[in-house]
Ligand binder design. Structure first.
Ligand SMILES: N[C@@H](CCC(=O)N[C@@H](CS)C(=O)NCC(=O)O)C(=O)O
Length: 201
């Protein structure tokens, strides 16, 4: 399998962590977002959206969107299950990853920064929006796992929720968001970082 990925991309990192947890091998094709390679004609022939990640399977199937890739990986490499063993667990995981992936991630990314620049917004607008989105999103995530006693978000095994959380906490630090009000999330991060799959990719 090949993964079109960028080292500092949190959506790409989700897929790298997932494949590491599953012990699947992956060839990385680096798409340099800082050089704008994602917008090239060549890369858009792989993903017309001009975003990473994009997974190219051994059968030549191209899958974009980290959540869709996760579903494919769970079907292809069943252990460990990342999208939940039971329906109840699965909906909790989907709820959590949607907060991070749909409600926070687009408001802290390169694309928004570029669009705000193009619209002539003040230079601080991007970081103000990003910090607000991250703080609100992490507060929701903390609420979703509040009171739990499991090592990871929803069980004693890592799931997609943990995979979405770890790169997001990195982004929070990058934007200077104070994490002390999210003690359970930071505790879960410690459990994740004890696993090589979360550290290396
Ligand atoms: N919803 C997508 C998000 C993909 C995404 O936004 N990727 C970012 C990197 S984390 C990207 O490629 N940005 C390039 C750009 O904005 O030009 C997913 O989960 O895969």
């Amino acid at each position: 399998m090949k993964l079109c990925s960028f080292r500092n991309s949190s959506a790409s990192r989700r897929v790298r962590i997932a494949t590491a947890l599953k012990g699947a091998s992956l060839d990385i094709v680096e798409v340099d977002l800082s050089a704008g390679e994602q917008l090239s004609h060549e890369y858009r022939s792989v993903n017309p959206q001009g975003l990473v990640p994009a997974l190219i399977t051994n059968d030549g199937l191209v899958i974009t969107q980290s959540l869709a890739i996760m579903a494919w990986l769970d079907a292809k490499f069943p252990k460990p299950v990342l999208l939940g063993l039971t329906q109840a667990c699965r909906v909790k995981i989907l709820e959590f990853v949607s907060v991070v992936g749909c409600d926070v991630h687009p408001l802290q990314g390169l694309r928004l920064s570029r669009w705000l620049d193009q619209a002539g917004s003040p230079p601080e607008a991007f970081s103000v929006i990003a910090r607000r989105a991250i703080s609100d999103g992490l507060a929701t995530c903390e609420h979703l796992v509040h009171g739990g006693t499991t090592r990871f978000c929803f069980s004693n095994e890592p799931s997609a929720a943990d995979i979405w959380l770890i790169p997001q906490l990195n982004n929070a630090r990058r934007f200077g968001v104070d994490l002390t009000t999210y003690p359970r999330l930071v505790g879960i991060e410690q459990s994740c970082l004890a696993l090589a799959a979360f550290r290396d990719p």
